[in-house]
Design a protein. Sequence first.
Length: 294
Amino acid sequence: MKKEDIYIGSHVGMNAPDFYLGSVKEALSYGANTFMFYTGAPQNSFRKPLSELKIQEGRKLLQEAGIDENKLIVHAPYIINAANFSRQDLYEMSINTIVSELRRTAGFGAHILVLHPGSHVGMGAPSGILALAKALDLVFEVDGTDVKIAIETMAGKGHEIGITFEQIRAIIDKCNHKERLGVCLDTCHISDAGYDIKNNFDKVLDEFDRVVGLDRLLVVHVNDSKNPIGAHKDRHENIGYGYLGFDVLYNIVHHPKLGGIPMILETPYYNEKAPYKQEIEMLRSGKYVDNWRD
């Protein structure tokens, strides 16, 4: 794979006073050529108006830095759960929030929104899959954007849906607007869900291609895992400090079938410091630094 085909970055914040301009500056400070951000706090649906977020200033800096806005990622807030019919108030709030986030994503000039598929809350995975697909149909009928939703693969805690490639495929198949749907593949999540990417990533990727289709892969979240395969824990670890290890994640970032796909780090802070500059540098170069957190 050519170096110019590798897009790697991390989650970045968006805080006062610079807001989106500050997000871009943070990403550039890590040596990133892509990044992911929330349009507000991830834990709630309160959002400042786009006009207050210094979007034009941020987009100007992106252009000056030569970063392609098509490679930028927005993550939907965690409060959304459109996989459960039993709470109509939460279901309707989730639909409205997804619509709002799609419109806000477009307002930043981005084109991909990552969405956790949600929890069936004891109603069963088939019910959760149907609920989400119907919610997405309602969303796409009114949002008025061309932003794609990347459904994130999940680790399998509790009553999550989207823990197997077959469940992701079922969500897509039941949605009437399939052209608006893609996938975000999280390395920690799929390992925790039982896919052996540590020992045979090529086999897992071939399975994903057979069941879902590589053409639908829009984003990869590059995270090590604190737990072994099948743990269903969803606990991210810094690159090289977890069960997957540096070599596995480096090979994923540089995999010839994944060229051009944004690779986003969501690894934890250590000693209250962001790890992303060091992790990005190692994953670009292939030169792992032992005990780099020390």
